[in-house]
Design a protein. Structure first.
Length: 69
């Protein structure tokens, strides 16, 4: 399992998030990983073009769901 790493660079975090979405289709884990590393969707979308708008929307839904639970 991927855990928050205080020494991880933003690029490493973004790589992990993209991997979780593209290869594992795991939006919940990607959302939790973003939250644990205090990275916003805005930062994510500015740093990568690998995610579609639909994938970013699904990730946003997962973030909202995790904050409400």
């Amino acid at each position: 399992m991927i855990s928050a790493n205080p020494n991880a660079s933003i690029n490493e975090i973004i790589y992990q998030v993209v991997y979780l979405i593209k290869h594992k289709d795991n939006y919940n884990l990607a959302a939790n990983f973003l939250l644990e590393n205090n990275l916003s969707l805005d930062q994510l979308s500015k740093k990568t073009l690998k995610l579609s708008q639909l994938e970013i929307a699904k990730l946003a839904d997962s973030i909202i769901e995790s904050k409400n639970s």
